[in-house]
Write a protein of this length. Structure first.
Length: 144
C-alpha cells in the first residue's frame, strides 16, 4: 500500500454513492490523506470555499448536478474560493471521448470506475507533480 505524495494532502471526494464515498475516504485516509466527502455537487462547492482542499476527486454521473456541471461551476470561482483546485473525474464511461469531455470541462485527469486504487494514487501523484510544489501546510497544490 503506497502512501500519497506530499502527505498529508487534503482531498475532497464527491460521489452520490455512499459505498464509493466510504471506500475512497477510507483508502485515502489509510495512505495519509485528510479526506472530506460530499454526496452532492452543491455541498462540494461549499466545502471548496471553506475547507480549501488540495485536490477534488469527483464522480461524473450524479443526480441533479452532475460532475461536468460541478467542475464548470468550480472553474468559474475565484482562486480563493477553490476555482483553481486540481480535480480528478471518476467515471464509469471511460471511452476516449468521455475522457476528452471531462478534460474539456475542466478536470485535470480521469480515472475509470470501478476505481483501481493504485491507478488513483498514481493519478494523484501525477497531478500533484504537474501542478507543482507544496502548499504552506506542506501539501501539494494539486493531486492526481
Amino acid at each position: 500500500m503506497s502512501p500519497l505524495p506530499h502527505a498529508p494532502l487534503k482531498l475532497l471526494v464527491v460521489d452520490d454513492d455512499p459505498n464509493t464515498r466510504e471506500l475512497l475516504r477510507d483508502a485515502l485516509e489509510i495512505r495519509g490523506a485528510c479526506v472530506r466527502a460530499s454526496a452532492t455537487a452543491n455541498e462540494a462547492q461549499q466545502l471548496l470555499a471553506v475547507w480549501h482542499p488540495d485536490l477534488m476527486i469527483s464522480d461524473i454521473g450524479m443526480p441533479c448536478v452532475d460532475g461536468y456541471e460541478l467542475i464548470r461551476r468550480v472553474r468559474h470561482l475565484p482562486a480563493a474560493q477553490g476555482g483553481t483546485t486540481p480535480a480528478i473525474a471518476c467515471t464509469g464511461h471511460a471511452r476516449t471521448e468521455d475522457r476528452a469531455r471531462a478534460i474539456c470541462a475542466g478536470y485535470d485527469a480521469v480515472v475509470a470506475k470501478p476505481v483501481d486504487l493504485d491507478v488513483l494514487i498514481d493519478t494523484i501523484a501525477h497531478v500533484a507533480g504537474v501542478r507543482g510544489g507544496a502548499s504552506d501546510e506542506g501539501a501539494p497544490d494539486g493531486g492526481a
